[in-house]
Write a protein that binds this ligand. Structure first.
Ligand code: TPP
Ligand code: MG
Length: 590
């Protein structure tokens, strides 16, 4: 298929590098995050003249990769990052792996040493194609300048269609320096790549039949619903059926938290109602979800009595972890759109199970086991309180970006997500250091939106140098550092499973560094808050700043723990609501 309209300069003789930049322009790129170096230098020269592309010079390539992810998730467009060969390219490995795990559309362009030097251990040579093979959806090494436009067109097509993901294009320096004729549009010829988006009608009918007669159904919604932009269809399906909904960590915001039918997040730190609903269900309708171990707990004991309808655009996901009774390969938007009339037809024909008893039970779990936390005995500021107030004062229109750890779980639990693509986090990979650069990318892509990073003191120290990028490039993000002076999530596991032997989890970060001063050094506003009384005023002060990034150092109680919790490797039936405390079920809960 041809990609778009004839581009400016079509048929013109130019360098491979110029043709690379023209190609990026032709696919609609407006923002590139990167750092130049020897092998990619030819591309930076024509990019200097581009009227269309804004290049944001980051401080570390990992920041470029996460920024591209944040940009992609916030805008729905593919994110683009660029790096030089060798260490530049290897610094992109973590965000590429991250994007792969969370199906984020991203194109990474790297410079490679000249083709004659490839394989000679040349200066700054690394086989990034080989290195990134298992963590990209696809990757390329280009040595012929004539191949550049087609490769770029294919890379964007593959990154954004089917199950989205990262694509790497490694371009040899001599291919950028040589002269070529720029040709656009190009014909895409990908015989091995034809993602099925339209579901099989027979499977949809079969699914609707099961759904109409299920007595304890649950819509198990994963991040694929967001990638497919299927939130409106999901809401309609939920309301037509009256089924309860759970949204996984990567799907938060796909269905409004305030909706009566929303049970919340399932999984290791999910709510009791959501976790238990899945365990007791007789039918799971998995939509763009992948039965991740953080959701299923011990797989053999997960939802033992449930039949499974599994809809996913990636056929490799179906029956990977849990056998599907009704597999549906297709785009979630199309699948759900077709499920709705199919189930309406079942209802019209008189098949409709009574869900009153199921809902009575779900409501009981919801009422008896709401999310909560116990204040510290010494009166110290509680991290959950800070995050709850952030959500309340900032509201559901902002974009929230989390790091990885306890603060991430609390940010998922204690903020109400009402809108799609307002919750960005590293779900599959769990990459510390994600928040600041991903927030930067989100804000660069959606400058009108308020973007808050909720970060841990550990995570923040991995990538906070991108605050310099934000300050200099005019990207005024806000950062709440939930400073418990420790690698809190690891410390929690040491408390629970290693008898409180805190081996190497104390960061001393209430003393060093001084985050507020660090922020000021980076040209940001730095604030501090250590008491509950100051929380609202501090957040309001941060909200009033719009010309610079703001960092708030919230000094919080270090022994707070994330509850509920299903210990790794155990059954979801073993969920605990506090240390050593299983829920006390009513007799009617069985
Ligand atoms: C790059 C990376 N290294 C190590 C880990 C393991 N890990 C998971 S959570 C965590 C602690 C995070 O500490 P902090 O950012 O302070 O968050 P907290 O849990 O205290 O809220 C660590 C070390 C990880 N997820 N990612
Ligand atoms: Mg911490």
């Amino acid at each position: 298929m041809p990609q778009g309209q004839p581009a400016r300069d079509n048929g013109t003789t130019m360098s491979g590098a110029a043709s690379l930049i023209r190609s990026l322009e032709a696919v609609g790129v407006d923002t590139v995050f990167g750092i130049p170096g020897g092998a990619i230098l030819p591309a930076y020269d024509p990019m200097f003249d581009s009227q269309q592309i804004r290049h944001i010079l980051v401080r570390h390539e990992q920041g470029a990769g996460h920024a591209a992810e944040g940009y992609a998730l916030a805008t729905g467009k593919p994110g683009v990052c660029m790096a030089t060969s060798g260490p530049g390219a290897t610094n992109l490995v973590t965000p590429i792996a991250d994007a792969h795990m969370d199906s984020v559309p991203m194109v990474a362009v790297t410079g490679q040493v000249a083709s004659a030097a490839i394989g000679t251990d040349a200066f700054q040579e690394a086989d990034i194609r080989g290195i990134s093979m298992p963590i990209t959806k696809h990757n390329y090494l280009v040595t012929d300048p004539a191949e550049i436009p087609r490769t770029i067109a294919e890379a964007f097509h593959i990154a954004t269609t089917g199950r989205p993901g990262p694509v790497l294009v490694d371009v040899a320096k001599d291919a950028m320096q040589a002269m070529t004729t720029f040709r656009w549009p190009v014909e895409l010829d990908l015989p091995g790549y034809r993602p099925v988006t339209r579901p099989h009608a027979k499977q949809v009918r079969e699914a609707a039949r099961l759904m109409a007669s299920a007595k304890r159904p649950v819509l198990y919604v994963g991040g694929g619903v967001l990638r497919a932009r299927a939130w409106a269809e999901l809401r309609r399906l939920a309301e037509v059926t009256g089924f309860p909904v759970v949204t996984t960590l990567t799907a938060r915001g796909a269905f409004p938290d305030s909706h009566q039918q929303h049970l919340g997040m399932p999984g290791m730190h999910g709510g009791v109602a959501a976790v238990t609903a899945l365990q007791k269900a007789d039918l799971l309708i998995a939509l763009g979800a992948r039965f991740d171990d953080r959701v299923t707990g011990k797989l053999s004991s997960f939802a033992p009595n449930a039949a499974v309808i599994h809809a996913d655009i990636d056929p490799a996901e179906i029956s990977k972890n849990r056998v599907a009774d009704v597999p549906i390969v297709g785009d979630c938007k199309e699948v759900i759109a077709e499920l709705i009339p199919a189930i309406e037809a079942e209802f019209a024909a008189g098949t409709r199970a009574d869900l009153t008893g199921w809902w009575r039970q779900l409501d009981q779990w919801r009422d008896n086991f709401p999310l909560g936390y116990t204040p510290a005995e010494n009166g110290e500021l509680m991290p959950q309180y800070v995050i709850e107030r952030l959500g309340k004062l900032i509201g559901p229109d902002a974009i929230y970006v989390a790091g990885v750890g306890q603060h991430q779980m609390w940010a998922s639990q204690f903020i109400s997500y009402e809108n799609p693509n307002t919750w960005l986090n590293s779900g599959g990979a769990g990459t510390m250091g994600y928040a600041v650069p991903a927030a930067m990318g989100a804000k660069a892509g959606r400058p009108e939106a308020t973007v808050w990073a909720i970060d841990g003191d550990g995570c923040f120290q991995m990538t906070n140098q991108e605050l310099a990028t934000c300050a200099i490039e005019g990207i005024p993000i806000k950062v709440a550092v939930i400073n418990n002076e420790s690698l809190g999530m690891v410390r929690q596991w040491q408390t629970l499973f290693y008898e409180g032997r805190y081996s190497n989890t104390d960061l001393g970060s209430r003393r060093i560094p001084d985050f507020a001063k660090l922020a000021e050094a980076y040209g940001c506003v730095g604030l501090r808050c250590d008491t509950a009384e100051e929380v609202d005023a501090t957040i309001e002060k941060a909200m009033a700043v719009d010309d610079r990034p703001v960092v708030v150092d919230f000094g919080v109680h270090r022994d707070a723990m994330v509850w509920p919790m299903v210990a790794a490797g155990t059954s979801n039936d073993e969920i605990q609501i506090a240390r050593g405390m299983a829920p006390e079920w009513d007799r009617s809960d069985d």
